[in-house]
Design a protein around this ligand. Sequence first.
Ligand SMILES: [Zn+2]
Length: 296
Amino acid sequence: MPELPEVETVRRGLTPAMEGALLVRAELRRPDLRFPFPADFSTLVSGQHIVSLGRRAKYLLIDLEGGDVIIAHLGMSGSFRVEEGQMPDTPGDFHHPRGKDEKHDHVVFHLERAKGPARVIYNDPRRFGFMDLTRRDTLASHVFFRDLGEEPTGNVLDAAYLAARFAGKAQPLKSTLLDQKNIAGLGNIYVCEALWRSGLSPLRASGTLVDAKGKPKKTLVLLTEAIRAVIADAIAAGGSSLRDHIQTDGTLGYFQHSFSVYDREGEPCRTPGCGGTVARVVQAGRSTFYCPKCQK
Ligand SMILES: [Zn+2]
């Protein structure tokens, strides 16, 4: 499942192809993905210029000149690819070999640009992704966004912000960090990685990182830094993977990281000098990977 860094990588990859382009036509090849497309989706977006591409949590936001915003979520298996040049039925004009099964191409954005036509194609074999349409001026109150906490990428996510949310909580750190009302877009993988980096147990009560005056303890300062660092590192890794992808098949969506604890059950802990073994426990139905020896 794509997490925030993957979505950010997709945004960065699509931006040069889409920003400033005329969205000539949005071609829907089926009436629904996880949910039905909004009524008149294609009619409403077609003929508008694309102003910019943004992201909130794991949602890609495509801003159109008329104030409409296309909201796209990649679900479990969604990806975009860019095809530049003439239409695919024009012989000899394919820049990219086909890397994806075309029967899962569900949406095609046909673009006109100063540098030539392009198609941005959404492919999703499992169809857990979805698209919605809203207005920029009401975006913050949209049901997907109104309860979201701060992004783990900006300066607003600091130890004082988290202290206010952690204070007095007996809830395990893992659950508090996964709660999207606290941090938007932070998922299972990066919660595990950030807790490992900061030497904190996922089972520990969240309130133990806050002092009696409601101020963050040193542990919470380290955890906050670790959250921002794991996300920044993953986005940086996505950027390098993006360059590779563009050179191959134009597909944007997934890249492999080497994780320090995630999915490493039974393997040696990578904390220097620790000598512990990565364990797996299930919390709220999700696997948590951590080192019981150095994460306290
Ligand atoms: Zn360890």
